[in-house]
Write a protein that binds this ligand. Sequence first.
Ligand code: NDP
Length: 459
Amino acid sequence: MSNNCELNLKSQYLSEVLEDLRKKNSNEPEFLQAVKEVLTSLEPVILKHEEEYRRVSLLERMVEPERIISFRVPWIDDNGNVRVNRGYRVQFNGAIGPYKGGLRFHPSVNQSIMKFLGFEQIFKNALTTRPIGGGKGGSDFDPKGKSDFEIMKFCQSFMNELQKYIGQDLDVPAGDIGVGGREIGYMFGQYRKIRNTYEAGVLTGKGLTYGGSLARTQATGYGLLYFMREMLQSNNIILQGKTAIISGSGNVAIYACEKAQQLGVKVLGMSDSSGCIYDENGIKLDIVKEIKEVKRGRIKEYLNSVPSAKYMENSGSVPSIYTIKADIILPCATQNDINIETAELIVSNGAIAIGEGANMPCTNEAVEYFHKNKVLVAPGKAANAGGVATSALEMTQNSMRDAWTFEKVDKKLESIMINIFKQCQKADAEYNLGCNYVAGANIAAFKKIAEAMIAQGVI
Ligand code: NDP
């Protein structure tokens, strides 16, 4: 994180908080990046209320998780070897409701990544207008190459410990990278066995036969496109007829592609961590779904079905997907996918908008560069909030012991996303930010969280 002199902050209080944060968390770069991005964008609000916020140490409390749980996850692989991973749950802020946020299984998972995701989640959840606080969890377990039985054994061991800290009124995890319907099913089964109770609302993203919600699988990707359509419309741009590229080919990427195509967008490329496919005739999504959702294979297998498409392996500092020219760029893989070098290429290729399906896929420098070059940015906190919003709808259905139709959930999702865009737009206008929806989202969410925290006293 650059020092505060470079940031040119007017608020002394904000400078002090950032300085202190940097000292305390010097080995957590992703967390520092996420907090810096949010807090610096809040400066106009902080300047208005500096004395009040300082008096109750609001920012200091907001950047400190209420609780971090870290635990051992031992499991036995198919060869009979004992393996050990590390599990986490960061219960960051429960002022607005039970902690809510996904579980990530990926070898890169560490405390910094858990804290950055948990911190972002507080703001995202506030924007949904549902009563949910912010949390995140996961493990450095790598699901790649593991048998189904190994995945089950890992999930069960993970839940043996996690179950002590979660509950439908306390903390409600869901999926994220490496955690989809299969993993949620195994974890839910283990929770039910240990607790000896059917607590459907303890996890979201469940299968449809045991309390899951229709449209939850699609929600993050669909929501991203609803947000994008609104953002473009309010800038007098029509989404229909545009081209797009999507990084990733997991849950968010696949359903972003599906909704984009439904809305008349031609998707030219998708990727995974090895490389990308380019299909000038438009991606055939049923083939991608078969590779990723059924076979759990690699994206380059697309060429087995569509030999006219191209595959480009990742090499060098710019992921190959971003070398493809398109109007709309949808990073839906992982954090810091788009750095300044990639941003420069995207701008020189003439893109008009970025929609963050992933969490923090653009570095702070990349976002600044996009804004400077009048490229619209739909920030992840707002644009990918459709997933957690629909998780909250799943919790509502579980509490009511009801199951809504796909159309009903999708309609609610659409109206939530429109409302989220309006909140970003309102804050953007109020603070004269010049179509900076990144700052707009942060400000709109912050005001709610601040009000709830102040109302509940110093805890
Ligand atoms: P999945 O595990 O379903 O898919 C992840 C995709 O991203 C895969 O294609 C994967 O490729 C790729 N990827 C993962 N890590 C890397 C990496 N280090 N470099 C390049 N590519 C990578 O995850 P989701 O689709 O659920 O999540 C994607 C993003 O969206 C994450 O940032 C997540 O936090 C965010 N998100 C997810 C929500 C949800 O509802 N699922 C809700 C809101 C945000 P490979 O298979 O090769 O690893």
